[in-house]
Design a protein around this ligand. Structure first.
Ligand code: NAD
Length: 579
């Protein structure tokens, strides 16, 4: 991106919309307020929920999370989307291209109400450079994962995934617990801010470096972080006390994470676990170079983006080297889905960057093989009681699933709602005696609760794009696939197509989320449970085919867990070798 392009950035998005200033989040309540029926109203509420100042990181710039993940391309496009949703009929479908409404067609009642494609480029041109040129001209938008598909629910959306990842690490390396173990990491933003709470939920101690002081304060205010230290000395002293006492503890320290890791090495303070969740996937607008305060770095970015990028990549190189050195000294190291290894391998020729693993092959893939992934739902009423009723439904339906029961208790005790009350649970494919999957069973139950009035208004069920069968991302979700198909992107496309065929209410396909442009393709769905027969039919179809994609994708790659799940749950796989 040139200096000229950088300078015009702020002008591109326009002044924040008057409507957005009035809403300050999603409309709530049990009656339709804006649209003709709940499926359109749900899209309307979820888009505004994404841009709720309590939920989004920089909503005044339309940025929801993950560096520059946006919910709409400009404030004019946001206003236009809201108008289109207000006027959308029950048999029409709105098309959104990179955050801008571009068309509406008559379809049919069971079809999606909104179809979204964000940030996609043709392979040869699929890189940040070309993306930034187009973005500077207002022709494309970075949708991240859930930002551009209106499924972001704040830091609460990632917390169970982070918790489960660390719990699996504890099972593999320790006695299923992180008590008296020190985790050091970077980033306290939208998703990364979940790290300290996930560590303390596993009874461990966490030190997180973050360059933006307001981000540290925000995590303390929202109970994701316990403490704010003025220096690494103070953070280490407090952490050591907690480690000795065996107490959970988390602290944020305002410094560049690369500097912090080098300092720990110099002092021979080796943590038990080292990871990172700064926005390293984006060297210009996500990651901060060392040697500047955040404000100074922001100025450098505006004045001289080329120098910013070079310094940012230099810091990343030092950062990865420090992680490798800590690993050599005995720390357990893993990359937490920000593509920092890919960045230094590609841009700095660091061939040993992948000598520490990504979190998916290390801890998550066995769950993906069984179609298990981050299922989430939001109460459109805005009433927390609706979510507590759905928590009860989880307890009624899956009492034998001990870790799920423990999760619901922890979430109720420790996770504050942001914006629309929401919950996340990892549910999978596993069918019951009637052939209904875990996810479908739960969705059908919520639909019944809405129909009976036990839940006061419709509920939207959606998920992260980081799911079992919805993403191709060679440095993250599909890293080190055992059949070498890491980069095969037919799977997320099939996932979006089958979600559309099954009648999901919003279906989206994005490029780049999590790891940066050109590094991934992924898709998402929403189903609105309004208590109707139609919603039940759609839920049953979507929550069979969607997690089913995880089973067949991993079975096709030859994973035993996936083949076992396919056999147990009767998933038809043509040309299966062992049949
Ligand atoms: P964010 O941009 O909201 O937050 C990142 C934070 O890192 C910011 O607050 C920023 O100030 C801080 N930061 C950047 N460079 C730093 C440095 N050198 N030292 C200290 N602090 C620094 O992004 P997010 O939503 O928190 O996501 C973070 C990263 O994690 C992204 O790359 C994202 O794509 C990835 N991600 C991973 C998962 C997963 O499941 N593993 C899920 C979502 C996002």
């Amino acid at each position: 991106m040139s200096k000229e392009q950088a300078k015009t950035r702020d002008e591109r998005f326009g002044e924040p919309s008057e409507q957005w200033k009035e809403y300050q989040g999603s409309p709530t309540g049990t009656d339709l307020t804006e649209c003709q029926s709940w499926r359109q109203e749900a899209a309307f509420r979820m888009l505004n929920n994404n841009l709720d100042p309590e939920v989004a990181e920089r909503p005044e710039d339309l940025v929801v999370y993950g560096g520059t993940g946006r919910a709409a391309r400009s404030w004019d496009a946001y206003d236009a989307i809201l108008d289109e949703l207000r006027n959308l009929d029950d048999d029409e479908t709105l098309l959104v291209q990179s955050g801008k409404p571009v068309g509406k067609f008559p379809t049919h009642e069971r079809a999606p109400r909104v179809l979204i494609a964000n940030s996609n480029l043709v392979g040869h041109w699929d890189n940040w450079e070309h993306f930034h040129e187009l973005e500077a001209e207002g022709k494309i938008m970075y949708g991240q994962m859930t930002a551009g598909s209106w499924a972001y629910i704040g830091t609460q959306g990632i917390i169970q995934g982070t918790y489960e990842t660390l719990a699996e690490l504890a099972r593999q390396h320790y006695d299923s617990d992180l008590q008296s173990k020190l985790v050091v990491t970077g980033g306290l933003g939208g998703m990364s801010g979940a790290q300290p709470l996930a560590v303390t939920m596993n009874h461990g101690v966490c030190i997180a470096a973050e360059v933006q002081p307001d981000r540290i304060e925000r995590r303390v205010e929202t109970d994701y972080l316990m403490d704010y230290a003025d220096s690494l000395d103070e953070a280490l002293a407090n952490a050591k006390d907690a480690l000795e006492a065996g107490e959970p503890y988390s602290v944020g320290v305002e410094m560049n994470v690369a500097d912090m890791l080098e300092e720990l090495l110099a002092r021979d303070e080796i943590p038990d676990i080292v990871t990172d969740q700064t926005s390293a996937h984006d060297e210009l607008e996500g990651y901060y170079p060392s040697g500047y305060t955040a404000a100074e770095a922001d100025e450098l970015r505006d004045e001289d983006p080329e120098t910013y990028v070079e310094e940012s990549l230099d810091t990343m190189e030092r950062h990865v080297q420090a992680i490798l050195d800590l690993q050599d000294e005995g720390a357990i190291a893993f990359e937490y889905g920000n593509n920092i290894r890919g960045q230094v391998k590609n841009h700095r020729g660091m061939d040993n960057a992948f000598d520490f693993p990504g979190f998916v092959p290390a801890y998550i893939r066995p769950m993906f093989c069984r179609g298990r992934g981050p299922f989430r739902w939001a109460a459109l009423s805005g009433d927390p009681e609706d979510i507590y009723r759905t928590d009860e439904a989880i307890r009624e339906l899956f009492p034998e699933n001990e870790s799920l029961m423990r999760w619901i208790d922890l979430a109720q005790e420790q996770v504050s709602f942001q914006g629309l009350p929401s919950r996340v649970c990892w549910l999978g494919y596993e069918t019951d005696e009637e052939g209904i999957t875990e996810r479908a069973r739960f969705a059908l139950k919520i639909n019944e609760l809405v129909a009976s009035g036990e839940v006061s208004a419709p509920v939207v069920v959606t998920r992260d794009h980081l799911d079992a069968g919805s993403v191709a991302s060679p440095n993250r979700e599909t890293e080190a696939m055992q059949d070498g198909t890491d980069a095969v992107a037919d799977w997320p496309i099939l996932n979006a197509l089958v979600n559309t065929a099954s009648g999901a209410d919003i279906v989206s396909v994005h490029d780049g989320g999590g790891v940066g442009i050109g590094n991934s393709l992924h898709s998402n769905n929403h189903v609105v449970l309004d208590g109707s027969e139609l919603a039940a039919k759609k839920a049953r179809a979507v929550f069979t085919t969607d997690p089913g994609m995880g089973v067949i994708r991993h079975a096709d790659a030859g994973y035993d867990d996936a083949l076992d799940e396919a056999t147990k749950s009767n998933v038809h796989i043509p040309m299966r070798d062992d049949e």
